[in-house]
Design a protein around this ligand. Structure first.
Ligand code: ZN
Length: 291
């Protein structure tokens, strides 16, 4: 059965039943390791593991079980059979419904840490009543979880896809272009501006593809496809190392399966290779889960 978190800000009055506890330190999540299986601790209270969180937050329920997230100090001892791992590593290793909650949990716990004090009067903030926000105890300013939208775009020209190697990539691979939305822009404005800035070309027929929460630290990636209109590739060297048009059967190394970038590229390969026969597999290997 496909299960999702039912969000709530109304925790149970007592911690008696086992609950899913998402416990983070320095962006890493604590998981239970038993043989090859990896899961989230199912415990009534972190105190049972000798853990005293710095901060914690109730998330809601998953299939009737309560879910919490918490942060512990970096130098706290790690309980037996537990380990801390980054969310990129845990992708594909943790069951999907549990992983989806981890994405939300890390975003919220990071936001709680970043909004301890009011940005207006610098006094302490506390959870606001009845809404997913934090409120200043003195001036009443509200802080909502920050989500930074970014577009990610697959551009196609005569059956080839535009891929680029970015200056900021942690590994050596090519991907589709992406960029943050600036104040005052529509998503379509961002698509046109980013592509023109980064590779000097114009596009048309911008179409929505899908989206993905990307809590590294607080993005929402909004995917689009577009068609080449005009211009020749002229890269912005502050952002891009190299860029080019690639055949679906001869792609370089592309991002890992975790990202919407890879979903866009896989979609392109599937749809374009179906139009050609015989079916080829693409030449590049996949990088580790990354951007
Ligand atoms: Zn204030």
């Amino acid at each position: 059965m496909y299960e999702r978190l039912i969000p709530s800000s109304d925790p149970p009055s007592a911690r008696i039943e086992p609950a899913w506890w998402y416990i983070f330190t320095a962006h890493s999540l604590m998981v239970v390791e038993e043989g090859l299986s990896i899961s989230i601790p199912l415990i009534a209270d972190p105190a049972s593991l000798g853990i005293l969180p710095i901060r914690e937050r109730y998330l809601g329920t998953l299939a009737g079980r309560h879910c919490y997230c918490a942060e512990v100090a970096e130098n706290d001892p790690v309980p037996l059979k537990m380990g801390f791992y980054g969310l990129r590593y845990l992708y594909g290793r943790l069951a999907e419904p549990l992983y989806a909650i981890a994405i939300k949990a890390v975003h919220l716990i990071e936001w709680e840490r970043a909004t301890r004090y009011c940005g207006h009067c610098s006094k302490e903030m506390a959870p606001a009543r009845g809404m997913n926000a934090r409120e200043c105890s003195v001036c009443g300013m509200l802080a909502f979880p920050r989500i930074s939208p970014a577009v990610i775009v697959l551009v196609e020209r005569d059956g080839q896809v535009l891929l680029a190697r970015g200056q900021g990539f942690t590994a050596d691979f090519f991907s589709v272009l992406a960029g943050f939305v600036e104040p005052g822009e529509t998503l379509e404005d961002t698509v046109h501006r980013e592509i023109e800035e980064e590779v000097g070309i114009k596009v048309r027929n911008v179409r929505y593809f899908g989206s993905q929460p990307w809590p590294f630290p607080d993005s929402l990636m909004i995917g689009f496809t577009a068609e080449y209109l005009s211009g020749e590739i002229r890269i912005d060297k502050t952002e891009i190392i190299e860029a080019g048009w690639f055949d679906p059967g001869k792609l370089p190394t592309v991002p890992g399966k975790i990202s919407i970038a890879r979903r866009l590229i896989d979609w392109f390969i599937e749809t374009r290779l179906q139009e050609k026969t015989p079916v080829e597999t693409y030449g590049g290997r996949s990088s580790d889960p990354g951007e």
